[in-house]
Design a protein around this ligand. Structure first.
Ligand SMILES: [Zn+2]
Length: 287
């Protein structure tokens, strides 16, 4: 632990997403003017207080890397080590699955995997490969550690990864947990990620339209066919919620994609409920 902290102090903190233009981490660019609605004044005051509160918090609780907990200089940031080892997915990648290619063979290319097993959804995008290291640490800490504040940096990366999907989207739909699991964990990590993406993109999120009607056993250790069977019939859109989906371009949100069986099962149900299209954004995916 001491060595981790020392490493953190030694390394310069890296905050790629936190720039002066970041709405969450800076004051409004424009000062209020005469004739502004009072709301703008309150927003400025709120931002100033929030900033001051964060500075006090940073003194009382020194900020730590969101993945490995090494000390950093600013909250909601990765340390340089985690930043440099985070397996970000960058182009070139398969237009359908979002899986990275080793060689750039030109734009608009679809992988052999997507041709052999076409996904039910249109396009999937992911921030990072789901590998040991910071990507897995972040997913784990968000899911099992009740660390809801991780949703802010993770959701920000997802918003960037979904930059092609969000401008046309009408609705974000987080992959739901069965109510029994929701009760155990107290919060749905996909829903908090969707909330952040919604705040940054302006696309509304509805965590209730898609429901998990059947609890599913963990997908770990199952074959592709078993995973598909496991989530068969797990999701439902109730008839009274269909108008909320009908004709809408939906972006399904989840923390991790493994085989894609969950995303496919959820997409199938949304398309049957009348969705015009379903794309998917996840934080990390197995490739
Ligand atoms: Zn770190």
């Amino acid at each position: 632990m001491a060595s981790l902290a020392a490493a953190g102090y030694a390394s310069r903190m890296w905050t790629p997403e936190i720039t002066p233009t970041d709405p969450e981490n800076s004051l409004p660019a424009r000062l209020p003017e005469v004739g502004d609605k009072p709301r703008d004044g309150f927003a400025l005051l709120h931002a100033i207080l929030q900033n001051a509160a964060q500075q006090v918090l940073d003194i009382v609780y020194p900020p730590s890397c969101v993945a490995c907990l090494a000390a950093v200089q600013q909250s909601a940031a990765l340390c340089t080590t985690c930043w440099s080892t985070m397996p970000f997915i960058e182009r070139p990648f398969c237009e359908r699955l979002g899986t990275p290619f080793t060689h750039d063979l030109g734009p608009g290319l679809v992988s052999p995997e997507a041709i052999a097993n076409p996904p039910v959804y249109g396009r999937a995008r992911a921030v990072a490969r789901f590998e040991d290291g910071p990507a897995r640490q972040l997913v784990h800490r968000l899911k099992y550690g009740d660390r809801a504040e991780l949703a802010a940096p993770m959701g920000r990366w997802m918003t960037r990864a979904a930059a092609e999907l969000l401008p046309d989207a009408d609705l974000l739909v987080p992959v739901p947990l069965h109510r029994r699991r929701l009760f155990q964990r107290r919060f749905n990590q996909a829903a908090v990620l969707a909330q952040t993406i919604s705040r940054l993109s302006g696309v509304p999120s509805d965590p209730l339209v898609l429901r998990r009607v059947r609890p599913t056993s963990p997908q770990v250790g199952l074959t592709r066919a078993q995973r598909a069977d496991n989530v068969q019939g797990a999701f439902r859109v109730s008839p009274e919620d269909r108008p909320k989906i009908d004709g809408r371009k939906v972006v399904l949100v989840d923390d991790v994609m493994t085989s894609g069986a969950t995303a496919n099962a959820a997409s199938r149900v949304l398309l049957r409920a009348g969705a015009a299209s379903v794309d998917v954004v996840v934080f990390a995916r197995v490739v």
